[in-house]
Design a protein around this ligand. Sequence first.
Ligand code: PHE
Length: 457
Amino acid sequence: MSNISNKERESIHGLWSSRLTFILAVTGSAIGLGNIWKFPYVAGANGGGAFVLVYLICILVIGFPIMVSEILIGRKGRRNPITSMHLLGKEETGSQYWKVVGFIGLFAGFLILSYYSVIAGWTLHYFILSLTGGFTELDTDQANLLFSELTSSISTQAIFHTLFMVITIMIIARGIKNGLEKAVKFMMPALLFIMVILLIYSITQGDFARGVDFLLKPDFSKITAASILAAMGQAFFSLSLGMGCIVMYGAYLPKNESIVKTSLTIIFCDTLIALLAGLVIFPIVFDNNLAPTDGPGLIFLTLPLAFSDITGGMLFGSLFFILLGFAAITSAISLLEPSVAWMIETQNIKRSTSAIIIGSVIWLLGFLTILSFNDLSDFTFWKGTLFDNFDYLASNILLPISGLLFTIFASWFMTKSSSRSELSDVSPTTYVIWRFLARVVAPIGVIIIFLNAINIL
Ligand code: PHE
């Protein structure tokens, strides 16, 4: 593992060409279905405002220090997450077992991408529906019908899941070049623009007051161990933490760029988009007498109603779902890249072959998620359907565990001079704050939330 030549290392690391593209890549990874599809329904299912408050605290005191730790490890290791942890673990502590942390992350990425791709497929299907006038004069029942037709059809879901995986594999197989960087540069402002248009719709046409109330007014009686765990899981998921993709992308960051400032920018953008999504969705939910607790179908049930109502709804609807598809692709790439990079580096297999092999395994696994919504919907155990279990295991268990270990490694096991040299641009106070959050606050937070949720405390 340690005899990888420089040339090979560069062929993997030479993907992003500037600081801006690094920020765009990580923001592209962070902003995705997690913000627009998952945040509103998890918030809805966990009591709204109270959940949002806990979520924001988790982002700041847990998400921020862990993101800094992961970028720092990546930039110091300059390899895929497993190899980086292997090398740094040996250098800093003499133990090679730290690479297990990388493995946990990569395994979580596997699971997440398998269902992420199915949901991203839904957005592609909705893009086509919107483009072909499927949302004209829609009422709540018809919106429900459109969605249940999709989830009950194995073949429709399979087609779009396959399409999405093929696009992801193709991009990874070619390496991420200018095309993608340009797409991301266009996509971020465009997504924001569409969100603002939708927000105006929600403010003027939806039950905005009730939506804001639900999203921003905390009802503390709704805060339970389970909802705190859900908020933390969502913070990890939304910031792409704990699975090595931030470590991987950190490996491409030039030495002179500020890790702390970059992390804050990314966290700000990610949170802004999630809150905007909530502000768009809930007023429409209440206005149409839908339940905020509607689960994974929430945006697919609500947004078509809005699009059927507004002038130019066909255009905005199509734009929205295709942009959501783009946002999902930039996240999916970051989910696939670490395992592919690992395979290239350690198994000496070509990039395209690695992308196809790993992508196909994930694609196959995706069928279990598709079946969770129809033939296997009655096959429930532990947290629900297979899809529910994949999501719970990855977001609420694996991501926090490996994120925790990354941050413990960076703050407790790396020497102070190692970490300080990566964070040399910030003031001593900022460094001390990061180290305190990373050493004490984030680990204690994660551990307490965790033990509480599994009923040990
Ligand atoms: N952060 C992405 C989103 O919000 C999902 C993701 C999770 C991407 C973990 C990479 C790693 O949609």
